[in-house]
Design a protein around this ligand. Structure first.
Ligand code: CA
Ligand code: CA
Length: 520
């Protein structure tokens, strides 16, 4: 029905244009045709949006090739039926600032929402979130699982939510408080830093329940179009998933990530500080002989998340909304498992800044992209999670929203080779920036330390050429992208003993180093 209406609208525009201009050259017609959807004042119907987040998922998926053993048939199927953005980056390598940048469409350095240790509603009380914007334009908005940061659900963004508007996360398995299954506890260890098969049927796991609820929503016929958000929590720690997913990766065959010997020798001081994250996770993991087990746990958790994605997409396929729903899938940031002796997120290197981003737009559904996406497209241009908000607004034909920091990806959805010279900026907490272009990554830390990597020859970021004279020009042009007007750090929460407070000044960072040297 929608397809038919758009085609009719299309034909009408062509007829009117031909009548008015007398143009009869096919390429002129083509040009007009291309722009025609933008003159639509009120499209007759809106496409549904299925908005899928997979937490803490790095590039260890088959369509991005980050680990040779990844088992992700459903991500592969989505990439092959839609568009895979292979150079997509987060605005910030932590759940809360990344998600709030995406959901507000605003950069961290424009809002002051820099850290997990902030309440976003306090930092940006007046923000209109992406789902709120869709609700304002007549959408039913609902969701399940982690979309906003764990402990900061937003009842205002949704008409329905599972488990509830005030509790976004379903219950997940945990061992007894303070206990772990595989990884021996060490001082200041993040208590979820653990991995193990669990003797719990798939159907009883939290993410399975989120996905099941979402499939029920897909089956409903509503008056309004839907914006349905599904947050799959794994592969966020702890990596507890059913045995069958561990069985995919026999421990003797698990391959560790690619590591360069002496990789850290050319890192500036603050980078080394970030790598150890204060408490040297890498030392504890290797001393406990758990590196391979951790990699197995992450791969198993990715395979588990992929299986649930498959269940969700099969649910869509079998629903009455299979042909009138746009799919978007994203992860909030990447992860490191020992590269540069770093574990977890909270860093500015490629393995952490790179995210998964895929879209699929059926034909005849979006006035901005009536032809839909072309199956199997790879977009290798640099993109950002900030681009999601304006892209979805365009795809749904909503009125443009002011003040968004990203840009609509419609031109790249039409033609992945469109020139696109927009570097991705990633912030780590405050005043630490990474700039990524197609060929380079540049990092500037709070103490002035720098890194520069040439991705044409060094995709693993092993050779820091920041001090190499041959790269002086590239470094200067990369550095020029760092904003000089970043807003101050917004209010923080009360810090717990295990928190690493974000540094909001060089002095504060230096004081922390002094304190640390006194305790060592
Ligand atoms: Ca995350
Ligand atoms: Ca190095």
């Amino acid at each position: 029905m929608i397809r038919w209406k758009i085609k009719m609208f299309y034909m009408l525009v062509i007829v009117v244009v031909v009548a008015c201009s007398g143009a009869d050259e096919p390429d002129e017609l083509e040009a007009v045709n291309h722009d025609a959807p933008h003159v639509a004042v009120e499209p007759v119907d809106r496409p549904n949006i299925l908005f899928i987040s997979i937490d803490d998922l790095n590039d260890w998926i088959e369509p991005l090739g980050g680990h040779p053993q990844a088992h992700t048939p459903n991500l592969t199927a989505l990439a092959e039926s839609g568009v895979n953005f292979t150079r997509a980056y987060t605005a910030s390598p932590a759940c809360n600032p990344s998600r709030m940048a995406l959901l507000s469409g605003r950069h961290t350095y424009r809002t002051g929402m820099y850290s997990n240790y902030q309440k976003w509603k306090e930092v940006m009380p007046d923000v209109q979130t992406l789902p709120e914007y869709f609700a304002e334009h007549g959408y039913w908005t609902g969701g399940a699982g982690k979309i906003f940061h764990n402990n900061q659900p937003d009842p205002d963004s949704w008409q329905e939510y599972w488990p509830s508007k005030d509790k976004h996360m379903p219950d997940y398995y945990y061992p007894s408080p303070g206990e772990t299954v595989s990884m021996p506890m060490f001082e200041y260890m993040y208590t979820d830093f653990d991995w193990s098969p669990i003797d719990i049927p798939m159907e009883e796991t939290g993410d399975y329940q989120s996905v099941s609820w979402a499939i029920e929503q897909l089956d409903q016929q509503r008056e309004e179009p839907f914006f349905l958000a599904v947050g799959i929590y794994r592969p966020h720690l702890p990596w507890y998933v059913p045995q069958e997913y561990f069985d995919l990766f026999p421990i003797d065959e698990v391959k560790l990530p690619l590591i360069a010997e002496n990789d850290n020798d050319d890192l500036p001081g603050r980078a080394l500080n970030i790598a150890s994250r204060g408490w040297n996770y890498h030392k504890h993991v290797t001393e406990a002989d758990q590196w391979r087990e951790a990699v197995q746990g992450y791969l198993a958790s990715i395979a588990y998340a992929d299986a649930l994605l498959g269940k969700l997409l099969a649910g869509l396929e079998q629903s009455p909304n299979a042909d009138n729903t746009i799919i978007i899938l994203w992860s909030d940031h990447g992860w490191q498992l020992g590269e540069k002796q770093h574990w977890r997120k909270f860093a500015l290197w490629e393995n952490v800044a790179r995210v998964v981003l895929m879209m699929k737009v059926p034909e005849g559904l979006s006035t901005a992209l009536p032809e839909g996406t072309t199956a199997g497209t790879r977009v290798e241009r640099v993109t950002s999670l900030l681009d999601i908000f304006p892209t979805l607004v365009d795809l749904a034909g909503l009125s443009p929203k002011d003040g968004l920091d990203g840009r609509s990806l419609i031109p790249l959805l039409r033609d992945p080779n469109t020139p696109w010279d927009f570097p991705a900026i990633t912030t780590y907490d405050f005043d630490e920036f990474s700039v990524r272009t197609e060929d380079f990554r540049y990092i500037k830390y709070i103490d002035g330390g720098e890194e520069l990597y040439d991705h044409r020859t060094d995709p693993e970021e092993w050779i820091n050429v920041a001090d190499n004279e041959a790269y002086a020009q590239e470094k200067a042009s990369m550095r020029a992208h760092i904003p000089d007007d970043a807003v101050p750090f917004g209010p923080t929460i009360e810090f717990q003993p295990h928190h690493i407070p974000p540094f909001v000044s060089l002095e504060q960072y230096q004081q922390s180093l002094e304190r640390r040297s006194m305790t060592e």
